[in-house]
Design a protein around this ligand. Structure first.
Ligand code: FAD
Length: 330
């Protein structure tokens, strides 16, 4: 059920079999599998999943290519709730390892927040990442185009950019390397530094050899209309016309709540085994937060694997299934 501040008290003493942090594709998939294994599950989600910004999901088997991310999220949440999983809109602040259980501290609401704790036997970290965007003065038009034809994911949208004039917007010389795999889809590439960093001689040579243009001026604003970016206006007033853009500025990893637990990371991503278990035996990581490919289909698969391993662990510990009424009353 959808938990609210009013109904929370009924659930406060319950020890969940699994608590899922994040209600994106990975977390919802995990929740659906967990409920179908007759385990008790709570998904806690702060909202605005990465897929919420995805205007069209182009590459998911069985879905029309113009399916918006928010339709996937709504369908997934409805499916999970229909299986009687618990769902709470809230922010997970901290996880504490208590031995047999994990204590999860939660903040509910932004204005006049209240605080709650939950206990769970297993935790699935499905809290994802969020893309850094170009930081222009007043964010000049960035939000009008990001997620439309100002893309953030080459694997997702390389096909959409085929043979187009594409601007690559990086945050460091290294981040501009994405221009080379983009060159598979189009040769008409301009890399932009926004005047923020130097491009070394070796990289400059490689761009030149590939036929790419380097633009090192500060950007004033993105231009376009109806969410279709048509170019950038530079600080000197000149305009570079483009058909699309690719932002390559890295991401923020939503894992602050795990800071108190010693886990293995690779960069910002959690390292897991093939069933998505982290270096902690009762913490799993799925979707964009773990090492792997940042795709909806992979996130959904990750959730299925983690949920299945949680079920196997619990089944091995308990042998026979507890009656459902007992699970819910625990
Ligand atoms: C513009 C855009 C276009 C894309 N296009 C495609 C595409 O065409 N095809 C494709 O396969 N993929 C695409 N992707 C990638 C895809 O969106 C991600 O790979 C996918 O959403 C990852 O799912 P996830 O469940 O791991 O994370 P998310 O969907 O980001 O879900 C994580 C959830 O956890 C929540 N959360 C974070 N921290 C906390 C916390 N402390 N407490 C509670 N909740 C928390 C977040 O708010 C969020 O709701 C695109 C992404 C973007 C941004």
């Amino acid at each position: 059920m959808q938990l609210t501040k009013k109904t929370l008290a009924q659930h406060a003493d319950h020890i969940y079999d699994a608590l899922v942090v994040g209600g994106g594709a990975a977390g919802l998939s995990a929740g659906i599998y967990l409920q179908r294994y007759l385990l008790s599950t709570l998904i806690i989600d702060k909202g605005k999943a990465r897929s919420f910004w995805m205007q069209e999901l182009h590459n998911y088997l069985g879905l029309p290519p113009e399916t918006p991310g928010r339709a996937v999220l709504k369908q997934g949440k409805d499916h999970y709730l229909a299986l009687e999983g618990d769902y709470l809109n809230a922010y997970v602040e901290e996880v504490i390892d208590e031995g047999d259980t994990l204590l999860v501290k939660v903040r509910i609401g932004r204005q006049n927040p209240t605080y709650e704790v939950f206990r769970t036997r297993y935790l699935i970290a499905a809290s994802g990442i969020i893309d850094h965007l170009p930081q222009l003065a007043d964010m000049k038009n960035v939000f009008d185009y990001a997620g439309y034809n100002l893309h953030v994911c080459l694997i997702c949208d390389g096909y959409e950019m085929r043979d187009q004039r594409v601007g690559v917007f990086g945050s460091s010389a290294g981040s501009l390397e994405v221009a080379f795999p983009l060159g598979w889809f189009t040769r008409h590439i301009t890399v932009f530094t926004n005047g923020a960093f130097e491009v070394g001689a070796e990289l400059r040579d490689r761009f030149t050899q590939a036929g790419y243009t380097i633009n090192e001026q500060p950007i004033h604003q993105f231009l376009g209309e109806n969410h279709q970016m048509s170019g950038v206006e530079l600080a000197d007033g000149s305009v570079v016309e483009l058909d699309a853009g690719l932002i390559a500025m890295g991401s923020k990893y939503h894992a602050d709540y795990l800071q108190g637990i010693d886990l293995e990371y690779s960069g910002g991503n959690l390292v897991t085994d093939s069933m998505n278990r982290t270096s902690h035996p009762r913490i799993f990581a799925v979707g964009d937060l773990k090492v792997g490919m940042n795709q909806v289909i992979v996130a959904a698969s990750d959730g299925a694997l983690a949920a299945t391993q949680v079920w196997r662990d619990i089944r091995r510990q308990e042998g026979t299934r507890r009656p459902l009424a007992e699970v819910l009353a625990a």
